[in-house]
Design a protein around this ligand. Structure first.
Ligand code: SF4
Length: 289
């Protein structure tokens, strides 16, 4: 039994009113939102996304700004390499596609920093094409409702995409609603810990519930590593220092952000390697131009 009709009906009633779901939201906005949402929760993305699109409503607007401004505007969304990638994508869209976000998955995939998930998400949610789109939330719903497993497997395109494809209606517009609906169901109801089966539209057809909610067998997927004390935290502190300064940040100022010299040096070297920081200890450090 397909999960599509019940998910679509539930989503039409219960889907959150989010900027990227509103009529008239641009394909560029969808691309920006998908990149921001990759590793940042919705509540933190929405205000930053609105500011971003107000400042850079088109790819050409962002392409005309220095990459350092994109990194600065990224602020505390985390994983700031995404800001550099978005800037590079804006330049590529402007130069190769006349400023119009491409529609087909191969052209989207050819953009800097755009991976398979993002390319599919933009093709589906911005342009209305019919493709399976599978993120962590979707994989969890498929694992439970369709495969009868307590926990999802690790991302695996050869397993994920045909499985989601088998659940999509033939009609493009309806397939888009189902894709958004499965994602939303995984975010709000079929959550990782304590799924809310009592309010789930799939309760009567969920394979996992039907099988008596069997326990997960085997190792669990790794959850995100601890942030406190991590190199990620040190990178974030260095980036905050650089974002707040219009002039190169001196070595002693970088030293003040974190006491462990080895960890600080490792974090700084990683930022330089990723192209997020330029400069030298003598001349000071700054965001890329
Ligand atoms: S019934 Fe429970 S386990 Fe099954 S899809 Fe719904 S929330 Fe997930």
């Amino acid at each position: 039994m397909t999960i599509a009709p019940a998910v679509a009906a539930w989503f039409r009633e219960n889907g959150r009113d989010l900027p990227w779901r509103r009529p008239g939201f641009t394909a560029w906005g969808t691309l920006v939102s998908e990149v921001m949402l990759q590793q940042t929760p919705v509540v933190r993305v929405v205000p930053r996304l609105e500011q971003w699109l107000e400042r850079w409503p088109t790819p050409a607007d962002l392409a005309a700004s220095p990459a350092s401004e994109a990194v600065r505007a990224w602020d505390r969304l985390g994983y700031p390499r995404r800001a550099l990638a978005l800037h590079a994508a804006a330049v590529a869209i402007t130069e190769r596609h006349g400023g119009v976000v491409p529609e087909d998955v191969p052209s989207l995939l050819a953009l800097p920093g755009v991976g398979d998930y993002t390319a599919r998400a933009v093709a589906v949610f911005a342009h209305g094409h019919r493709h399976p789109v599978v993120d962590t939330n979707v994989r969890r719903v498929l694992a439970r409702a369709v495969e009868g497993l307590a926990e999802p497997w690790a991302p695996n395109a050869r397993r994920d995409l045909p499985l989601m494809e088998s659940q999509l209606p033939a009609d493009e517009a309806e397939a888009r609603v189902v894709s958004a609906g499965v994602m939303e169901l995984g975010a709000l109801v079929c959550v990782a810990r304590s799924p809310r089966c009592d309010v789930c539209p799939l309760l009567d057809r969920c394979a996992w519930v039907g099988a008596g909610r069997p326990e997960h067998v085997g190792p669990r997927l790794r959850t995100q590593a601890r942030f406190e004390g991590s190199d990620r935290q040190v990178r974030g502190l260095i980036m905050a220092e650089l974002r707040a300064s219009d002039v190169p940040v001196r070595a002693h100022e970088v030293e003040a952000v974190w006491p462990d010299a080895a960890q600080r040096e490792r974090a700084l070297a990683g930022l330089v390697r990723d192209g997020l920081v330029t400069g030298t200890a003598d001349e000071g450090w700054e965001l890329p131009s």
